[in-house]
Design a binder for this molecule. Structure first.
Ligand code: ADP
Ligand code: MG
Length: 679
């Protein structure tokens, strides 16, 4: 339905309105911001004989013959001519109305590229319209609109012209702000883009940085920022428990750690501590590369909640990871007298009942998987919800945890580094803390690229590695088409390695194993009882075994960059020199080659993410729906980074000082798409 609220519906037949709705056009206001894809210069006529090949031109010709042929496939072939020569217009798709306009004897203007075809000069699928001799030429450039089947650019042009005449073009940025940002007024901008001033060149209009386009993109990015920011401010209105520590639990945890915190960890801790002592909910994302040490920061936050007399929950996306966290947190906190409960899908009925009872009563910290947010889980007094690897959870799941307690503070964590501009856009509704420093004493990971015909060398290298007392991860590729095939590959690799390395213990872990089998294998690996762990990507997130210092990844070309980075981050956690061997099967596509080059040359997750973004574009990067990217039709987060920064600053200012202006701005630019961002 129309998202544009009270605005005027488009005046057109029902049939046309239905078609327009398909491309998101419901109201006159929607038409106003439906901007051209490109422009064409139809202000001149070129004689057929003068038309340069390969460049768009307009010819005015009279149809000589028009026929439909079926070989090699159905097509309409129109022969036409002007005084200078003949040209063929050729169409593979056409409607009866086209045939009428292009009937014998009709005069038409056709716009397109001329090329040398089977019949001489030829235009393939030109845009055309019927004219009478002597009809005046347009004076300005012709806008070409994005459209849908059965709605011509011409129809859109007429509807938009009407909307421009009577629609609401009131500016939602006031004069002073526009001057500060050096942006033109809205009415001028939209009129200009829909019908450029006479004399404007096509190239000037196609340039990304034309002031009019900058205004449009700014408005659009601003709308996105406002929408997210408004959600943030609304959540802030809700109260949350003031968590002020009543004892020295946190200090005792710090005392007992075998390491001191990094500067980045200390800063993060201070920021979070500040948030927790406010009477409104924290909405903070803790971002840090793999191995940056997010867990301890979260544990300290939990301590603050606990010493304030509240519960903390810690949710992780996989059973293996949740279990690891649980063991580590118990290790840290139980000696200090903290009561820890554990909830996971694989608990047996009786154990589950006990843990649920603890959660509803005396437990101070509850660790688990999605099981934490299921029905029937009641927290006695939830004050802080921690979500690890938050990007692995859907919005709904994150919300569910928020709803579990009255209105707990939330700490989200992510090791998927997101480039700055994307983060500003994606996370405009969160405060972000970045751990930009790795703990000291890590030896850098060496990365090697090896073609799969040298797999034997890799096996030998692994054997040597293990002789020195280290352990090895051996990761089998993700096979998206078939889980069965993926399992098969993992099992084959397991068997082959068991044969190749008879004196060593090889283990296997994959997604199909039962939770307790997975855990038993992981525990054995962590305890050093397994030398080589063959795994599917189940070990991708968060697993921490410092003695493992070799990571072998087979068919590395099939993995995503952030996945490779995460996997590589599983090693290099102890003091030993670590290596990551990427085995690839050739021949590689150009993109695959570039991706491997990026991971080979870079160790910084943010740099990798930045390059990845360039390669893939933001939509694919974080999932277009989540990223808010479908809201951006004109702006590009990478290329228009400066606008994102400006918009971020302005968004809150307008929301707070001119709320009704903000409303109108959102309606204009987002319409129904505003819903996409609500969470
Ligand atoms: P991630 O940010 O990827 O979740 P972890 O919290 O799992 O990282 O930490 C990785 C490893 O580094 C763990 O073994 C952790 O105990 C250790 N660690 C964390 N902080 C420090 C520090 N300041 N000094 C040394 N080791 C640390
Ligand atoms: Mg982690």
């Amino acid at each position: 339905m129309s998202g544009s609220g009270t605005s005027v519906p488009i005046r057109a037949s029902d049939v046309l309105r239905k078609k327009l709705a398909k491309i998101g056009l419901y109201s006159e206001a929607d038409l106003l911001v439906h901007l051209p894809l490109r422009y064409e210069d139809e202000t001149q006529i070129t004689r057929v004989i003068d038309a340069p090949w390969g460049e768009p031109v307009q010819v005015e010709v009279v149809v000589q013959t028009s026929e439909i042929q079926y070989r090699p496939r159905r097509q309409m072939i129109v022969k036409a001519a002007d005084h200078s020569g003949e040209i063929t217009l050729r169409f593979f798709s056409f409607y009866p109305s086209h045939q009428a306009t292009l009937a014998e004897g009709k005069r038409v203007r056709a716009f397109g590229e001329v090329r040398s075809g089977f019949f001489g000069a030829e235009m393939m699928h030109p845009r055309f319209h019927g004219v009478d001799e002597g009809d005046p030429l347009p004076e300005g450039l012709t806008p070409v609109y994005p459209t849908t089947a059965g709605v011509s650019s011409n129809t859109l042009r007429k509807l938009i012209a009407a909307a421009l005449g009577e629609g609401d073009l009131a500016d939602t940025l006031d004069e002073a702000l526009r001057q500060r940002l050096k942006l033109p007024g809205l009415a001028r901008t939209l009129r200009f883009l829909h019908s450029p001033t006479i004399g404007t060149e096509v190239d000037a209009l196609h340039a990304r940085n034309h002031p009019a386009w900058r205004r449009v993109k700014f408005d659009e990015v601003l709308a996105q920022q406002m929408c997210l920011r408004r959600a943030y401010l609304a959540r802030r209105e809700q109260g949350a428990p003031v968590l002020v520590a009543q004892d020295d639990l946190g200090a005792r945890l710090l005392d007992q750690l075998p390491f001191g915190l990094t500067g980045a960890q200390l800063r993060a801790m201070a920021e979070i501590a500040g948030d927790l002592s406010q009477p409104y909910p924290m909405q903070r994302l803790l971002q840090g590369d793999v191995g940056a040490g997010k867990t301890i920061v979260a544990a300290l936050a939990a301590c603050q909640a606990i010493s304030a007399g509240w519960q903390a929950a810690f949710m992780a996306p996989t059973e293996i990871l949740a279990e690891q966290h649980c063991l580590k947190l118990k290790d840290w906190l139980e000696p200090l007298g903290v009561r820890v409960a554990w909830l996971s899908g694989s608990l047996k009925t009786k154990a589950k009942r006990e843990q649920l009872a603890a959660t509803a009563a005396e437990a101070q910290l509850v660790v688990g998987t999605h099981a934490l947010i299921q029905d029937g889980v009641d927290f006695a007094k939830l004050g802080l919800a921690i979500v690890d690897e938050q990007h692995r959870f859907g919005v709904a799941q994150r919300l569910a945890l928020r709803k579990k307690g009255g209105n707990p503070h939330q700490l989200m964590m992510s090791a998927t580094p997101i480039p700055r501009t994307l983060a500003m856009s994606y996370y405009a509704d969160l405060d972000v803390t970045v751990l930009d420093e790795l703990p000291p004493g890590r030896t850098p990971i060496k990365t090697r690229l090896v073609a799969d015909n040298r797999r034997d060398d890799v096996v030998g290298f692994a054997a040597k590695h293990i002789e020195e007392g280290r352990q090895v991860y051996w990761v089998c590729p993700l096979i998206e088409e078939s889980e069965a095939l993926q399992l098969q590959t993992a099992e084959d690799t397991y068997e082959q390695l068991s044969i190749d390395l008879p004196a060593l213990t090889v283990g296997l872990v994959h997604g199909r194993l039962k939770a307790d089998e997975k855990q038993a294998t992981m525990a054995a690996f962590a305890a050093g009882e397994i030398d080589v762990l063959v795994a599917t990507t189940v070990i991708e997130v968060g697993v921490d075994v410092p003695n493992a210092s070799l990571m072998v990844i087979e068919h590395a070309e099939r993995f995503g960059l952030s996945q490779l980075h995460q996997l590589r981050g599983r090693v290099g956690r102890g003091a030993h020199e670590s290596t990551c061997i990427l085995i690839f099967a050739g021949p590689l596509s150009e993109t695959a080659r570039l991706r491997l080059k990026i991971i080979f040359e870079n160790t910084d997750g943010f740099e990798i993410a930045r390059q990845d973004l360039k390669l893939r574009g933001p939509g694919e990067f974080v999932g277009s729906r989540q990223s808010g990217v479908p809201l951006l039709r004109y702006a590009d987060l990478e290329l228009d980074a400066d606008l994102v920064e400006m918009a971020r600053e302005v968004a809150e200012e307008v929301l707070v000082n001119h709320p009704e202006q903000a409303d109108r701005h959102l309606k204009r630019w987002l319409g129904s798409r505003e819903e996409l961002l609500k969470s």
